[in-house]
Design a protein around this ligand. Structure first.
Ligand code: NAP
Length: 241
């Protein structure tokens, strides 16, 4: 590892937007750890990237599992001694899933999107603090924007996903809290919305492709010291909270 080489971890990097973020960061010369629940899926995702000469390493990561998260933090500490970029991408939306009560949907969604991201962030804070320019990107959603949702002309005004939106509103709140708490250590902690994108989570419905969705996450992962801290962004700029 050269001293200038940045090390990033992307959760949920075996498919969808996480895979595209990981690929884009690797193209920027970052050594990317592909956090994947099932390591075999991570190895499948990594293979074509490694063939192209990109530096990617699949790692087992289930953000709902203390042991998995602690094992990975230990591995990063022993291998790299620091982490420069954390992209909290792993997430789920269960509002349209049949067979679950709304309470079960809420509990499971908060457990993954909010508590899972928090667990991973907390476990990696010391390693991020060892970076000269630590960056955390939390993958959120415009559906959590109270500002946009109060606008009846907003293009997604008809989309009502109560448990998903609540979970991402919590992600936004955590983003602001971590940004304030870590500002004097040089961190930049920002939330992004990738946009409505063709992935398994949306039954590949929208036209927007993961590579386009990944652009804002990659940009915020690589921002300089003058960049905003504690904001919420998409391709067009700042999103109303
Ligand atoms: P996706 O294709 O369903 O991918 C979700 C990823 O999260 C998968 O890699 C999945 O791994 C992983 N994951 C699930 N549970 C996990 C756990 N316990 N630990 C670690 N990883 C876990 O979804 P996506 O559309 O790419 O979404 C990525 C992020 O973007 C999410 O946070 C989502 O809320 C957000 N987002 C998506 C859209 C959109 O339109 N697609 C819009 C706004 C925001 P497995 O393969 O093992 O299940």
């Amino acid at each position: 590892m050269s001293n200038n080489e940045k090390i990033a971890l992307v959760s949920g990097a075996n498919r969808g937007i996480g895979e595209a973020i990981a690929t884009g960061l690797a193209h920027e010369g970052v050594h990317v750890l592909l956090g994947c629940r099932d390591l075999a899926n991570g190895e499948t995702a990594a293979a074509p990237l490694t063939e192209k000469g990109l530096k990617v390493t699949p790692v087992q990561l289930d953000i709902t599992d203390d042991e998995s998260v602690e094992r990975l933090a230990k591995h990063i500490a022993e291998t790299f001694g620091r982490l420069d970029i954390l992209v909290n991408n792993a997430g789920v939306g269960l509002d349209f899933v049949p067979g679950l009560s709304v309470v079960e949907k809420m509990e499971q969604t908060l457990s993954l999107n909010v508590v899972g991201g928090l667990r991973l962030t907390e476990a990696l804070l010391d390693l991020l603090s060892a970076s000269p320019a630590p960056r955390i990107v939390n993958v959120s959603s415009e559906l959590a924007s109270f500002g946009l949702r109060h606008d009846p002309t907003w293009e997604h005004a008809d989309k009502v996903l109560p448990t998903y939106a609540a979970s991402k509103a919590a992600v936004n709140a955590l983003t602001v809290s971590y940004a304030a708490r870590l500002a004097d250590k040089g961190f930049k902690v920002n939330a992004i919305c990738p946009g409505f994108t063709a992935t398994a989570a949306t039954n590949f419905g929208p036209d927007r492709q993961p590579e386009e969705a990944a652009v804002i996450a990659i940009r915020m992962a690589l921002v300089g010291d003058e960049a905003p801290n504690g904001g919420f962004f998409n391709d067009a700029g700042e999103i109303a909270w």
